[in-house]
Design a protein around this ligand. Structure first.
Ligand SMILES: [Zn+2]
Length: 422
């Protein structure tokens, strides 16, 4: 593979929109046929309950007639038809891997892959990571978890498919593990790291405790905490398309893999399609996998960037804004952690080395716990006042800011929980 080429899959990534829509229509027709031919009882029931027969669904535009599906419905299908439910696009004998969703919002659901499903996911991943500048011959350390939460497997196979030396290091699990990882990184100095900010800090702190300089000795730079970094990637979960999109050098939203999925952004109140820049729910129809989902509402908040991209890729771009369950409604306005983070990063006093904060759910005011460094001789009353003022300017809501000492907000081994109930 020529490492100098600009796109991983030029033909697909720069396909004219017209051709891309044609490809989507053909692939959608194939999946709709399969609802009746495999059959897939869950989707068949759903379509027929909506009064739809196969013949009623003629093209891409008819897709909006199909009712959306939530994860809770998949969970219920698994309970009613144990253990795998009746929504699978492939018989269990054809599947070669199982994963389980994280289960943070209820019982975990099971995810199945056929060899073709894995190939599609890995190719999407390779395409996305080529945009990061990852090339054959480079090395990359990641700290994804393995086991049933299959993110680590997917990440690893995707980068290995690119010809990259993968260094799966795992999230930090105790001092001995952290020390071993730091030692391996010291010997290798990986070309690239993919770590969540809090995970990177755990490893960097351990390196410093061993007398090492993370940047000089490990090639580990701690970046990736500014909220705009969140816009560089979009996933639709392991059950749909783990790497649905990633950002090009323009860094203005993540280019989707529209040949592999029909992506919609839907207003959660009106259920209508959102236009450029409007926040709505991410709804995905999987096109190329045996285990597919039709109009799966991920309960994620996203918004479109529909402007043509100067990089030459034709697939549209999307900004990932957060989880629906993390929306806090204050005075009628819907606020997400990323909105708060953008404001906090305007204040070095509360964002260096990273902003650590929690939003306490309340409807009258945006209630925040924000960490600051007490060693910095900060006038906390004045700082809280300036934060309140800036939040009102930027987000249009009153706030109640409690400044707490560094370390007071709980840390997480993997992803941080920013919204709490009390
Ligand atoms: Zn681009």
């Amino acid at each position: 593979m020529n490492p100098d080429r600009r796109y991983y899959d030029p033909e697909v990534q720069t396909m004219p929109r017209e051709g891309l829509r044609q490809l989507q229509a053909e692939r959608l027709a194939w999946q709709l046929d399969r609802v009746w031919s495999v059959p897939v009882p869950f989707f068949r029931r759903k379509l027929e309950a909506a009064g739809l027969r196969r013949a009623d669904l003629r093209g891409l535009d008819d897709l909006t007639l199909v009712p959306t599906t939530l994860k809770d419905e998949l969970r219920r299908s698994e309970e009613e038809h144990p253990p795998f439910g009746d929504y699978r696009g492939a018989p269990i004998e054809a599947c070669v891997r199982l994963g389980a969703s994280t289960g943070t919002s209820g019982r975990p659901t099971l995810i199945l892959w056929t060899p073709k499903d894995l190939a599609v996911d890995h190719a999407a991943s390779a395409r996305g990571r080529w945009r990061w500048g990852l090339r054959p011959g480079m090395s990359l350390a990641n700290a994804h978890p393995f086991g049933m939460n299959a993110g680590g497997w997917h990440f690893s196979h995707g980068v290995e498919m690119l010809g990259v030396l993968n260094v799966p290091s795992g999230p930090p699990v105790g001092d001995a593990h952290v020390r071993d990882v730091v030692e391996v990184w010291r010997r290798l100095r990986p070309d690239m790291y993919r770590l969540f900010g809090n995970v990177a800090r755990t490893y960097a702190d351990a390196a410093r405790a061993l007398g090492l300089d993370p940047e000089r000795d490990l090639n580990l730079r701690i970046a990736g905490d500014h909220p705009s970094e969140q816009y560089l990637m979009v996933s639709s979960g392991l059950e749909a398309l783990p790497l649905l999109g990633s950002a090009c050098d323009e860094r203005d939203g993540a280019h989707l893999a529209e040949d592999l999925a029909v992506v919609e952004v839907i207003d959660h109140r009106t259920r209508r399609a959102c236009g450029d820049g409007e926040r709505g729910n991410l709804v995905v129809t999987v096109l190329e996998k045996d285990n597919f989902l039709l109009r799966y509402d991920l309960e994620d908040v996203v918004r479109w960037n529909t402007k043509p991209c100067p990089c030459g890729e034709t697939h549209r771009r999307l900004f990932y804004e957060g989880r629906v369950r993390d929306v806090v409604t204050v005075g009628g306005r819907e606020i997400l952690p990323i909105d708060v983070a953008f404001v906090l990063y305007e204040f070095p006093e509360v964002s260096r080395p990273s902003a650590e904060y929690q939003i306490v759910r309340a409807s009258d005011a945006l209630r925040l716990r924000v960490e600051y460094d007490p060693a910095g001789a900060v006038d906390t009353a004045a700082l809280a006042g300036r934060l309140r003022e800036r939040i009102r300017d930027r987000l249009g809501v009153p706030s109640d800011v409690e400044l707490v000492a560094r370390g007071a907000v709980p840390r997480f081994a993997y992803k941080a929980a920013r919204v709490v109930d009390c």
